[in-house]
Design a protein around this ligand. Structure first.
Ligand code: EPZ
Length: 444
């Protein structure tokens, strides 16, 4: 198991490019199951989750390979398999995105129910309700969703839940409805750019979806989809993470491959906190984090509001803003595993229900901290970059799921961060409990 060793206190400076969006690439890869021709995807990052999806698709009869030019080539070579096994599904909840395309194209699917998750309760009842509305027969058998449908029928359905819309639920129902006979209307569809990107990809293959990016989708069923070439949108969550890294270290960074129009709420909030963002030509943006940071209140909600996937990173930033800030997550109310780890670095932050209350302004000090989920691990790395002294961030396998070569790109920006095997010998002496700063032991 690897960990990061970070020497904090160095302002980030320089220029890096943002990768393609993980949360667009995954449902788009899954939708390749629905086509009768080869598909080429550009901009798909090389992530653990992408490799997991590729492995799952291969068990479902899809040939997947990374071409010389970095593009991902996918083609259905066997339409018989239709079982997404627990062994692979348990590694990544987004595996559920194969359900809709399999059901729509092959008329049958058995997908293992996803396991637990550190960010909170994540049922898939809305996915199943949407597919049933299209006429699918859905059963839960021995931990699997078993779905069958001779021919899906277009329907008008409402996909909203207690916490608002569902991103992968909308992906699943949309990918199935493209084959439903007649017209389907989806109300309370997710509007996230990643859902819109999937819809654009399906339309490029011959689907007929309108209303993309709005809460109401209209889908006129077709009989088949052809392969196509598609470039995945930039990752707005990674862009936000790098913007916050620049601000937390009081640095100045330029990012390439950014769709600022996909992250208006985050940009407005960062400007409110005191971060200066200057758009540059050709999708670049300059971040000036050298000014004073001001406290702010943030509420994570479905798009176009602040994404829950940026909540932990904003919490880390606000520990450095003098004053009281409140960060609330209405999407995953339990997504606060990072709070106690930040407190170990000296942050004055505590959890109150679905909010983190931050008394910001205290400098952070290096510590050994434990990552718990993808975005919490990113937030802890940012905190380590800002902290005085050395830190160790353990269980960074969480981070590798969603950030490509993260430490390499941070090093390109001047960070002192390295990946080492998690062994006691690799823990800096300054972090040993009996280091020189520890109180003298009583004389015998
Ligand atoms: C997607 O997860 C993202 N993952 C998550 O990103 C992201 O945090 C989340 O959307 C919210 O934006 C991918 O796209 C692969 P939801 P998803 O269904 O689709 C409830 C990351 O860090 N709900 O939009 O699983 C659910 O419990 C990951 O990259 C139901 O009640 O999230 C939650 O409270 C983490 N029933 C809310 O809806 C359902 O059937 C939103 O969940 C489905 C969801």
């Amino acid at each position: 198991m690897d960990m990061f060793v970070v020497q904090g206190g160095r302002p980030l400076r320089g220029r890096v490019a943002v990768s393609g969006a993980k949360n667009a690439a995954l449902p788009i890869m899954a939708a390749a199951l629905a086509t009768d021709g080869p598909t080429t995807l550009h901009g798909v990052p090389d992530l653990v989750d992408v490799r997991t999806m590729a492995a799952l698709l291969q068990t479902l009869g899809v040939a997947v390979e990374r071409a010389e030019d970095g593009s991902l080539q996918l083609e259905v070579v066997d339409k018989r398999p239709a079982i997404a096994e627990y062994e692979l599904v348990r590694r990544m909840r987004a595996s559920v995105c194969v359900l809709g395309p399999l059901l729509g194209r092959r008329g049958r699917a058995a997908v293992s129910l996803p396991g637990g998750c550190n960010i909170g309760h994540r049922p898939i009842d809305l996915h199943l309700r949407g597919l049933e509305a299209l006429g699918a027969d859905i059963r839960i058998e021995r931990g699997y969703v078993v779905a069958r449908a001779n021919r899906l029928k277009g329907a008008s359905l409402y996909l909203g839940g207690a916490c608002g819309s569902t991103v992968t639920g909308t992906c699943n129902v949309m990918a199935a409805a493209v084959f439903a006979k007649g017209t389907t209307t989806i109300e309370a569809a997710a509007c996230e750019p990643e859902v819109e990107d999937l819809g654009r990809y399906l339309n490029a293959m011959g689907a007929r979806i309108s209303g993309l990016g709005t809460p109401t989708l209209r889908i006129d069923g077709v009989d088949r989809l052809e392969g196509t070439t598609h470039t995945v949108i930039p990752d707005r969550i990674e862009a936000a993470t790098l913007m916050i890294a620049a601000a937390m270290t009081r640095g100045e960074v330029t990012l390439d491959n950014v769709r600022l129009d996909h992250m208006t709420a985050v940009v407005r909030k960062l400007e409110e906190i005191g971060v200066k963002l200057q758009p540059q030509p050709e999708g670049a943006v300059h971040i000036d984090g050298t000014g004073p940071l001001r406290p702010a209140d943030c509420i994570a909600l479905p798009y176009p509001a602040i994404p829950t996937d940026v909540q932990a990173q904003l919490t880390a930033l606000l520990t450095q803003a003098e004053g009281i800030s409140v960060v609330t997550d209405k999407v995953f109310p339990d997504r606060f595993m990072h709070v106690s780890e930040m407190a170990r670095m000296g942050a004055r932050v505590r959890r109150e229900g679905q909010s983190a209350i931050i008394a910001g302004g205290e400098p952070l000090s290096g510590a050994s901290v434990m990552a718990s989920d993808l975005r919490a691990s990113a937030a802890l790395v940012l905190a380590a970059l800002a902290a005085r002294g050395e830190s160790v961030v353990r269980r960074i396998y969480h981070l590798d799921r969603g950030y490509e070569r993260f430490e390499e790109r941070l090093r390109m920006l001047g960070a002192d961060i390295r990946r080492v095997v998690d062994t006691p010998a690799n823990v800096p002496a300054s972090l040993h409990p009996l280091s020189a700063t520890a109180p003298e032991s009583e004389a015998a």
